[in-house]
Design a protein around this ligand. Structure first.
Ligand SMILES: [Fe+2]
Length: 136
């Protein structure tokens, strides 16, 4: 992966000119509690709207995005809803709970993660739009 896969040439020039790139990192958000919503809102306040290159360029989710069964259906309430004010690119690394298959309600291992984090292009999944940070 390269910055150019996700950022425009102008964005990369601005980041280079600023001299550093920062990003958020978090994990274990898999339930979608009010506290997780508050964390996402706090991170959203770190974003710099007028100079995006001076704020976190993206969020790296460190795994366990969704706990429990029926993960594809739970993404809307446990991931997209708590993060609805966080308007930034989000990369994900699957955790053990993202790959678990523990009941007949579970989809094949990692299928929900792949659908939401590895889509080849902008897509709408479960009512949420996934799009590049700076659509070109
Ligand atoms: Fe975990």
């Amino acid at each position: 992966m390269a910055l150019a896969d996700f950022f425009s040439a102008n964005d990369i020039q601005a980041i280079s000119g600023f001299g550093s790139l920062s990003f958020h990192a978090m994990g274990d958000s898999g339930v979608g509690t009010p506290e997780q919503h508050a964390v996402a809102d706090a991170m959203s306040r770190d974003l710099n709207v007028s100079h995006p290159e001076q704020g976190p360029a993206f969020l790296l989710h460190l795994g366990d995005i969704i706990y429990g069964p029926n993960k594809k259906a739970e993404y809307a309430n446990r991931f997209y809803r708590p993060d609805d004010n966080y308007h930034n690119l989000i990369f994900g690394i699957p955790g053990n709970h993202d790959g678990e298959v523990r009941s007949s309600l579970d989809d094949p291992s990692l299928s929900a993660f792949l659908e939401n984090f590895c889509a080849p292009r902008t897509t709408v999944t479960h009512g949420a739009v996934i799009w590049p940070y700076h659509a070109q």
